[in-house]
Design a protein around this ligand. Structure first.
Ligand SMILES: NC(=O)C1=CN([C@@H]2O[C@H](COP(=O)(O)OP(=O)(O)OC[C@H]3O[C@@H](n4cnc5c(N)ncnc54)[C@H](OP(=O)(O)O)[C@@H]3O)[C@@H](O)[C@H]2O)C=CC1
Ligand SMILES: O=C([O-])C1=[NH+]CCC1
Length: 320
């Protein structure tokens, strides 16, 4: 079995290929060329800490794979004397003919990259391909995912302003300073409040652990697109609930949504469709003034596609 550790994974990752892998995973999902069930969650007794297993099979000549991601979600890690990431992951790939384990692939970087790229794919297909404005991006949350989204959206789109807000302001300020230097630009701007960050933004990315809404309906401009990524207490705690009734809400996978968005479903929110069906041009939002929301849950087959991409790239670059 090949071991591809986090350092190696980071060397092999590439935004364009990650975007392509997410497009394929989402599209195959809608074409029913995947198998994945709702994730199973093992909670560490009375703590909020979870071990989550995400097995999946994706049929595709380029990105297809049989694999399982094991992900830990330990929000208490941020309070440790030496903080550790709150989301960590490992991916196992198996030979789809024999079932033999093929590779262990570190899943920490992959989880960041593929989640950010899934938001970018959703933004491209639900929003940008309708020739909607891409002037101001608002990122709420400057943790691992906030940083990955900042890199990914800088790479995939051409925003004139990328605003960043974080509950702990110093982290957003560090991100802004670091990214303006890294990209030799001044488009990254720190926002003192989530309201200032959201008002007037064309595209909004929420990537926090909040269990209280941080994107209020009245602040969101007509026709804006929101990627809500954070898990929080439920998978829809970042956006004020009333906005879900006035928006077209897209999901990554029906089965995952039924299991993990039961709160929204019980409240009566209807989902417009999977992102895969938008990629396939089967569903689209027609009204330019309607807000769109991608409620990102994350899918096992996204990790399968990434495992395959990294495995193949590793073999190509380490042929001996
Ligand atoms: N949909 C998907 O596919 C995936 C979703 N996720 C989810 O994305 C979220 C972010 O993950 P990640 O960046 O790795 O986590 P980090 O721990 O690195 O960052 C957490 C962020 O949430 C903020 N936050 C925590 N509590 C609150 C609160 N009450 N109000 C406002 N902000 C708060 C933190 O702010 P501060 O700095 O002030 O503490 C920080 O910006 C998590 O909920 C995670 O489960 C992760 C992977 C995949
Ligand atoms: O899909 C994923 O890996 C996750 N979703 C929420 C936390 C981790």
């Amino acid at each position: 079995m090949i071991v591809i550790d986090e350092n190696m994974v980071l060397k092999l990752l590439d935004w364009d290929k990650t975007f392509q892998a997410m497009e394929v995973a989402m599209r195959r999902c809608t074409e029913k060329r995947i198998v994945q069930t709702a994730r199973s969650k093992t909670q560490v007794l009375d703590k909020p800490n979870l071990l989550v297993s995400m097995p999946g099979y994706l049929e595709d000549s380029t990105f297809g794979a049989l694999g399982c991601k094991l992900v830990t979600f330990f929000p208490t890690n941020s309070n440790l004397p030496k903080p550790l990431p709150t989301v960590m992951a490992s991916i196992l790939l198996f030979d789809e003919t024999t079932g033999l384990p093929k590779a262990y692939v570190g899943g920490f970087e992959i989880t960041k990259w593929r989640t950010a790229a899934a938001s970018a794919v959703a933004t491209q297909h639900i929003y940008a391909k309708r020739s909607k404005p891409l002037r101001v991006l608002a990122i709420l949350g400057a943790g691992e995912q906030g940083r990955a989204h900042a890199d990914c959206f800088k790479h995939c789109f051409n925003f004139q302003e990328i605003r960043v807000w974080n509950r702990t302001a110093s982290k957003a300020k560090s991100l802004v300073d670091e990214y303006n230097k890294k990209y030799n630009t001044n488009i990254f701007k720190h926002c003192e409040s989530n309201e200032k960050c959201v008002r007037g933004a064309d595209v909004i990315v929420a990537v926090t652990n909040t269990s209280e809404p941080i994107v209020m309906a009245d602040w969101v401009k007509a026709g804006a697109h929101i990627n809500s990524v954070g898990l929080g207490k439920t998978h829809h705690s970042e956006v004020e609930e009333k906005l879900y009734f006035d928006a077209d809400v897209y999901i990554d996978h029906w089965e995952g949504a039924r299991a993990e968005l039961s709160g929204l479903i019980k409240a009566g929110v209807q989902f417009k469709g999977e992102v895969g069906s938008v990629i396939a041009n089967e569903v689209q939002t027609e009204d330019a003034n309607r807000v769109t929301i991608f409620q990102s849950l994350g899918m096992a087959v996204e990790d399968c596609a990434m495992g395959r991409l990294i495995y193949d790239t590793y073999l190509k670059t380490h042929s001996n």
